[in-house]
Write a protein that binds this ligand. Structure first.
Ligand SMILES: NC(=O)CC(=O)C(=O)O
Length: 268
């Protein structure tokens, strides 16, 4: 069993408050026994291209060291959602990953930038200000369980998740901030799809919905098992979800439906 915590947190315009809130909610999840905790995409800043430059920080920096300290204080691994990262004259959407001693063991820069145009609904172009990451990210817990990490729009690309599966991942984690158009249409379905086509657990953490913000997050953070079942799901408000991932059930799925050894790549 791996007990995990998904933090769907209210993110506002005050970075200091956002960081304090993240620390408080990490403790709440840890107090309920979670050993691997994920924060949402853009947890220190409102989500929007107009904010990224103002809220961006170097890594290491104040936001990353605040979460590193919280990981150590609570003896938990933390997948720190994402923050706008500044490196030289470039900005990235970056997730830092901390072990239970507060060491940053890996980081993931959003590989697929969120550039979409749905007329009358939503137009968003992260590439106007962000640079894309250029690698996938799989890290390992102390017990050997491998975790693949993507950020939000990365979930739409099955090849990335499949690469993680080939590298041994059993859990796929996507901090994400879907919206009121794509959220109800795609958010849960994409998680179930990635869970089924890779026979992995999928976990997501979204910012809570704030109708006064410029971007309205869908929320609905959730965990899905390798059978495609939703194990837990938040609504739109701030909430900490804690759930056990039964790794034996994943092995059972992989044994019963052995798709990883039945591929016919010569036909595709
Ligand atoms: N915000 C994102 O990166 C992705 C998203 O909202 C979507 O794919 O839809």
């Amino acid at each position: 069993m791996l007990r995990v915590g998904l933090i769907q947190m209210a993110v506002g315009s005050c970075k200091k408050t956002n960081l304090q809130n993240a620390v408080k909610l990490i403790k709440q999840a840890s107090d309920q026994g979670a050993k691997l905790i994920t924060l949402p995409e853009c947890f220190n800043s409102p989500y929007g291209t107009q904010y990224f430059g103002e809220y961006a920080e170097n890594i290491p920096g104040n936001s990353s060291s605040t979460i590193a300290d919280a990981a150590k204080a609570n003896n938990v691994h933390v997948i720190a959602g994402s923050i706008p990262e500044r490196e030289g004259d470039k900005l990235f959407n970056t997730c830092c990953i901390f072990d239970n001693k507060g060491e940053m063991i890996d980081s993931h820069r959003k590989v697929h930038l969120f550039d979409i145009d749905i007329p009358g609904k939503i137009t968003f172009k992260e590439s106007e200000v962000l640079t894309a990451g250029n690698k996938g990210t799989v890290f390992e817990l102390e017990n050997g369980v491998k975790i693949g990490v993507g950020i939000c729009y990365d979930i739409r690309f099955p090849e990335l998740a499949w690469k993680y599966r080939q590298e041994g991942a059993k859990v796929l984690v996507y901090p994400g901030a879907f919206n009121m158009t794509t959220g109800p249409a795609h958010w849960a379905k994409l998680q179930i799809a990635r869970a089924l086509d890779n026979q992995c657990f999928v976990m997501t953490a979204s910012p809570a919905r704030d109708l006064e913000a410029t971007y309205h997050a869908w929320g609905h953070s959730m965990a899905v098992n390798s059978w495609g079942e939703i194990l837990c799901e938040a609504d739109a408000a701030e909430e900490v979800l804690v759930v056990d991932l039964d790794l034996n059930s994943l092995e059972e799925t992989r044994k019963n439906v052995p798709i990883s050894t039945q591929r016919m790549p010569e036909c595709y």
